[in-house]
Every structure is written in C-alpha cells, then in structure tokens.
Design a protein around this ligand. Structure first.
Ligand SMILES: [Zn+2]
Ligand SMILES: [Zn+2]
Length: 310
C-alpha cells in the first residue's frame, strides 16, 4: 500500500461515520438542532429543557476524556466497517438471492402477485421497518440479559456524558452482531418480496428502500444521546423519545433494563420494560459504581411487583 492509498483510506475511515445514511450525517445533525429549537420554543416544560440544553454550549460537554474515547471507538468501528463489513455488503445481495432460491426450491416459481409499484414499496417499507425494529429490540434485550453479551454492551453504557457520538461507542463485536442482524432482515424480507413480486422489482430496489429509517433519523434521533430530555407528548407511548433512551442510560437501579426499543415503544410495553420519558428527571448516566449492576439479570426482584428491577 503506497502513501497515497493509505492517506485515502485513513480519510475514508474518518469521513464514513459522518456521511451517507449515517445518523451522524450533517443533514440529520441539522434536523436534530432544528427539532431541539422547536422544543425549546414550544414545549410545555421548555424551562427544564433550556437548562439541559445549556450544557451543549459548553466546551466541556464536547471536549473531555469521554469524548476522546467516543471518537476512538468511532474510528475503530469505522475501520472495521470498511475492512470487514463493507466487503461483506456484497453478501447482502448473495444472501437475498440464496433466500429466493430456497423459496423457489420449496414452493416452485413465485406467485407473481400484481401490485402497483407504489403499493409494493409501501408494503415493503412497513414490513421491513417492523421486522428491523423488533430485531433491534430483541438483540438489545439480549445484550442486556445475556451475561456474556452484556460485557460487550457495557462499552456503550459506560458513557457518562451522552453526545451524538455515543451512538458509535460500541464494542466492535456488538457492531458485528448488529451487522449480522441487518443482513438477516434484509435478505429475508428482500428475498420474500422479490419472490412474491417476481419480475416487478430488482433486488437493489428492495434493498434501497428504507423510508422509515430516514424519517427516524431526520426526527432528531441524535438527541437521544444528549442531556436534553425531550418527550413526544401524545406519541410518547408509541415511539422511543430521547428522554426514554436517556432513562435507558440512567445509573438509577429502577431504570436498569428498561426502554430497549429503537424506534417503536410497543415492544417494551409488550414486555413490561417501558418507562415514560416523564421519569427522566436529573438523570446521571453511566454504569453504577461499586456493584456489578446489570452484570447478571437473574436475581434482583421487587417484592412489591415481582418484576425484575435491575
Ligand atoms: Zn443498552
Ligand atoms: Zn444509547
């Protein structure tokens, strides 16, 4: 590898986390700032939000030992993506074709259902979004509840200062697990749709559609890793607000192992692990000190409710 190639490669590693469909791409960061201003102006509890948002204006919030670590993980994971995951991206297509072949062997030629392109794209987007979201929830649940996996996920929860960069502060193996999850969802949903609507759509059409994810990122997803506890009002019960994810990062024992959701709150409500963003009052983030909290989920039960309260 000559110096020029190495230079280009290192530049790619530094730029990749902030471009393309990444949540940290500048249009999504700008959208988060716009949404933050809207809440600061119009929210019912905007006095509290203003106090929290003031932290964002201090240099100490953005530049400290924690942010150095966040950046280190961001670059490490970016390199991992470019060296390992991007080369594997081709296998998204390969895995999708494998699913189609499997369906053809099991059930013969596809049914060739007729549906307008807009209807097909809409149906695909909804099905993909639901499966994508529930599998994210399931993997996040496992990262907390399976002791071996929790050791990986602790890296994310060790953050005591939540910034948008905390999103990428994850153990490389956790990132690999999320990649495998994504590969499975894309290939199964894409494969089934291409099989059912055979000849109507190219594989890359299917894989390229992810409208809800775009909307999710555009609607201030970056604010969940921030100290500003924004709630979604009437939609709070249905979508994971920034305040709900901040509760997920709280050191308080009653907040441990709650709000695993990514976009939808329904999975947490279904499992009884949902907490409203209204509980996000004076939160401290990070791992609880002096005890192996969340290290193993099996023992601590609330005598009153019988529910696990870690
Ligand atoms: Zn977590
Ligand atoms: Zn988080």
């Amino acid at each position: 590898m000559d110096l020029n190639t190495l230079n280009n490669f290192l530049t790619d590693i530094a730029v990749a986390p902030f471009t393309g469909g990444s949540r940290l791409a500048w249009p999504f960061l700008v959208a988060s700032v716009v949404l933050l201003f809207a809440f600061l102006l119009f929210s019912a509890n905007n006095a509290v939000l203003r106090g929290q948002a003031r932290q964002l204006l201090t240099w100490r919030y953005w530049l400290n030992g924690q942010s150095g670590l966040d950046l280190a993980y961001t670059l490490l994971n970016s390199a991992l993506k470019l060296w390992v995951l991007v080369p594997l991206l081709a296998s998204q297509m390969v895995a999708t074709i494998w699913v189609i072949n499997l369906l053809q062997q099991a059930f013969g030629p596809g049914p060739d259902w007729q549906l307008a392109a807009v209807g097909m794209a809409g149906l695909f987007t909804v099905v993909f979004f639901l499966l994508d979201d529930v599998t994210r929830f399931a993997l996040h649940w496992a990262l907390h509840r399976v002791p071996g996996l929790w050791h990986l996920h602790k890296v994310h929860h060790a953050a005591e200062n939540l910034t948008p960069l905390t999103l990428l502060r994850v153990h490389p193996l956790e990132m690999a697990l999320y990649y495998c999850r994504s590969l499975a969802v894309v290939s199964v949903v894409g494969g089934v749709f291409i099989y059912c609507f055979v000849g109507k759509v190219m594989a890359w059409d299917i894989i390229g559609i992810n409208g809800f994810a775009f909307l999710f990122n555009a609607l201030g997803a970056n604010l969940r890793h921030s100290p500003v506890a924004i709630q979604f009002g009437a939609l709070e019960k249905w979508f994971i607000s920034p305040a709900q994810h901040q509760i997920h990062h709280s050191v308080q024992p009653q907040h441990h192992n709650v709000n695993y959701g990514s976009a939808l709150a329904i999975w947490d409500r279904w499992l009884g692990s949902w907490r409203s963003g209204a509980e996000a009052i004076d939160l401290k983030f990070g791992l609880s000190q002096g005890q192996p909290l969340r290290d193993h989920p099996s023992t601590s039960h609330s005598p009153a409710s019988g529910q696990i309260v870690r």
